[in-house]
Ligand binder design. Structure first.
Ligand code: AMP
Length: 219
């Protein structure tokens, strides 16, 4: 089972993906986290993208496309991925479909977390105190929200057409949102039948850091 989760920055994608990975023994593939790790490591890619990310803009489709293909092509993660923060525009949505097809996979469900800009601002100011992300100032937060809004409409339509889209109210509590999401995932046809394949999943299911240094090497 592969899952896409999206919503504006600060919607709780990361928190919810993390909870789903634990419940359903999947792996969280956060393009934002992978990109931030590149910046932290001061890699060539990191240097290339830091100003883009810190301005609240999107990194090129090619860069993120290459990043996710490394994982999709790795049998270890086959049918066990939650895409957190990808796709963010229609080109990426189509790329994702093509890459998955190439490796004999598909998306089973798309979760959209709906949250207002007012709530986002409040959450981001709280997160700034906790995580100190460079791109979490209010001005950049608003910019990131606008970037999201400007690009996501065709993605929503794309997944509506294929009947994969489920909208979740992201304004309620973490536990309530998580319960709603779990129910939706549990309702996927064939999920129970394929459950056995997930029994070997590890406790730490977050894919962290640069793929070349990841312990489940993709090379
Ligand atoms: P996130 O942690 O998902 O909020 O992502 C943080 C930042 O990383 C975004 O504001 C973008 O600059 C960049 N980013 C993350 N995912 C993508 C993506 N799928 N396409 C382009 N840029 C991305």
């Amino acid at each position: 089972m592969n899952i896409v989760i999206f919503g504006p920055p600060g919607a709780g994608k990361g928190t919810q993906s993390n909870l789903i990975t634990k419940k359903f023994n999947l792996f969280q593939l956060s393009t934002g986290e992978l990109l931030r790790k590149e910046i932290k490591d001061n890699s060539e890619l990191g240097q290339q993208i830091s100003s883009i990310i810190n301005a609240g803009n999107l990194v090129s489709n090619e860069i993120v496309g290459n990043l996710i293909e490394k994982y999709i092509s790795n049998d270890f993660y086959k049918n066990r991925l939650i895409f957190d923060g990808y796709p963010r525009n229609l080109i990426q949505a189509k790329n994702l479909e093509n890459i998955l097809k190439k490796f004999d996979q598909k998306i089973d469900i798309v979760l959209k977390l709906s949250v207002s800009l007012k709530t986002i601002k409040k959450r981001i100011s709280e997160r700034k105190n906790l995580e100190k992300r460079e791109d979490d100032s209010e001005k950049i937060a608003v910019k990131r929200y606008e970037t999201y809004e400007n690009n996501i409409k065709p993605v929503i339509d794309f997944y509506k057409q294929s009947n994969l889209l489920k909208v979740v109210n992201g304004e309620t509590s973490i536990a309530q949102i998580s319960d709603e999401i779990s129910e939706l995932i549990s309702g996927i046809k064939g999920w129970l039948l394929s459950k056995g394949q997930y029994k070997y999943a590890e406790t730490n299911s977050k894919i962290y850091g640069s793929y070349s240094r990841n312990k489940h090497s993709t090379k």
